[in-house]
Design a protein around this ligand. Structure first.
Ligand SMILES: Cc1cc2nc3c(=O)[nH]c(=O)nc-3n(C[C@H](O)[C@H](O)[C@H](O)COP(=O)(O)OP(=O)(O)OC[C@H]3O[C@@H](n4cnc5c(N)ncnc54)[C@H](O)[C@@H]3O)c2cc1C
Length: 394
């Protein structure tokens, strides 16, 4: 038996014995927040996977990973999906800041931060956007001034997802106001449990508040928590964005991705609402639209699989933008098709006459519009693809 077959057999056996039944299928996926209580199965699953290094399977063993290479990592993912095992740990810790520290942090920073992130100790928020700095991120104004062995932060971040439940935030701040715009920025790790950090929810039309404004007023961060060098935050911050975009693209190989097999449920869902005659949808235009979508969906899944196999412990560079964008557009088109097929059942918001899955479909359709904004807008990705992938002139 060769190395991969042996690994598959051992993995299959271990997962069968150790993945609690309550951690298979839909349900709670921890992202490290100390403020969210985990149910017993999610907690047990997280602990068992962390102990084996499989919350971050490609990270080195010394930092809480299992050091899986590009041959073994996809096998673990296959086997997790085979039993519908949920991802044991997700979020900005394992997927964004963790791999950034692994790639660009000092040995001391890796030892200090990574094992805790791998065990899911502490949820992370992302402090990039500001009222005057979204797509034009380099114009950010939040400043960090060195004072002895720590920085003092002042400024305002917006759209900080989940900040109300986070323990830490990684912040892009201006550390050198006289340097050219891109050169005076640093990426700093900040503990949110201090009076200098204030989180204010931003209420959405839906009534939910996943977004916040996060204000820093003389907040403190240790000077040795600048990642990748002082005033080098533009380079570090862009790499972190590639990890974020690769997560949106479904190709981030830092964490372990469980979940369902990647077959699309869409054809079955559409058939519940649109008549089927002789085994095919009677509405020819909807049929053609669904078929085109399924082709794109399948191509996207194969591309994701290929990229995961090629990159394993890392994330692709500028290509993350292309795959993030195609993933977003395909997801949005799938939601459009479903809502179109549902007709009036696809416009429910909470009134009677709609089933739960119908209201969910409508909300998903609206929510997924954000996929072409979060992590950099569609236009920003197209600019990156034009300039950095296709090499077109600025
Ligand atoms: C669901 C979600 C979660 C988010 N979470 C976070 C978070 O946790 N932390 C965080 O820091 N931020 C977060 N954001 C913010 C996100 O990064 C910004 O919304 C995004 O970068 C766009 O910035 P903006 O909203 O200021 O829009 P703007 O930059 O003002 O853009 C407005 C429009 O102009 C277009 N545009 C701008 N510049 C160009 C250009 N050069 N060429 C062509 N078109 C251009 C844009 O594409 C867009 O259509 C989140 C956003 C969403 C939707």
């Amino acid at each position: 038996m060769n190395k991969t077959e042996k690994f598959r057999n051992e993995t299959r056996t271990w997962l069968e014995e150790n993945c609690p039944l309550g951690a298979r299928g839909d349900g709670q996926i921890p992202w490290g927040s100390s403020k969210i209580n985990l149910n017993a199965d999610s907690k047990l699953w997280l602990e068992r996977m962390a102990e084996r290094g499989w919350t971050v399977p490609t990270w080195p063993v010394e930092y809480g990973g299992a050091g899986l290479d590009k041959d073994l990592y996809p096998i673990l993912i296959d086997e997790l999906k085979r039993i519908n095992a949920r991802t044991p740990l997700t979020g900005r810790g394992v997927n964004y800041i963790g791999p950034t520290i692994l790639e660009m942090g000092t040995d001391e920073q890796k030892a200090r931060w990574l094992p805790g992130i791998a065990r899911g100790e502490g949820g992370w928020a992302m402090g990039y956007s500001e009222p005057g700095a979204g797509s034009d991120l380099a114009s950010l104004a939040c400043k960090a001034e060195l004072n002895g062995d720590h920085y003092i932060l002042n400024g305002r971040k917006v759209w900080t997802s989940d900040a109300m439940d986070c323990d830490y935030i990684f912040v892009l701040a201006r550390t050198n106001p006289t340097a050219p715009q891109h050169l005076g920025i640093s990426l700093i790790l900040v503990d949110m449990a201090q009076t200098g950090v204030e989180v204010t929810p931003v209420r959405l039309l839906s009534g939910a508040s996943p977004f916040n404004e996060t204000n820093f007023e003389n907040a403190i961060a240790p000077a040795n928590d600048v990642i990748g060098g002082v005033d080098n935050g533009w380079t570090v911050g862009k790499r972190l964005l590639q990890f974020e975009r690769s997560t949106h693209a479904g190709i981030n190989t830092s964490g372990s991705q469980g979940g369902r097999s990647s077959d699309s449920p869409l054809p079955g869902q559409v058939q519940q609402y649109s008549p089927v005659v002789n085994g095919q949808l009677a509405d020819a235009s909807l049929r053609r639209r669904l078929l085109n979508h399924q082709i794109a969906f399948t191509a996207q899944r194969l591309t994701q699989k290929r990229v995961i196999e090629e990159t394993a412990a890392s994330a692709p560079g500028f290509a993350s933008s292309a795959i993030k964008l195609s993933n977003a557009l395909i997801t949005q088109e799938g939601d459009e098709i479903l809502v179109a097929a549902m007709g009036t059942q696809g416009i429910g918001w909470g009134a009677t006459g709609f089933q739960v899955h119908e209201i969910d479909a409508t909300r998903d359709w609206l929510k997924q519009k954000s996929l072409t904004i979060a992590g950099g807008t569609k236009e920003v990705q197209l600019n990156i693809i034009a300039k950095r992938v296709l090499g077109l002139p600025d």
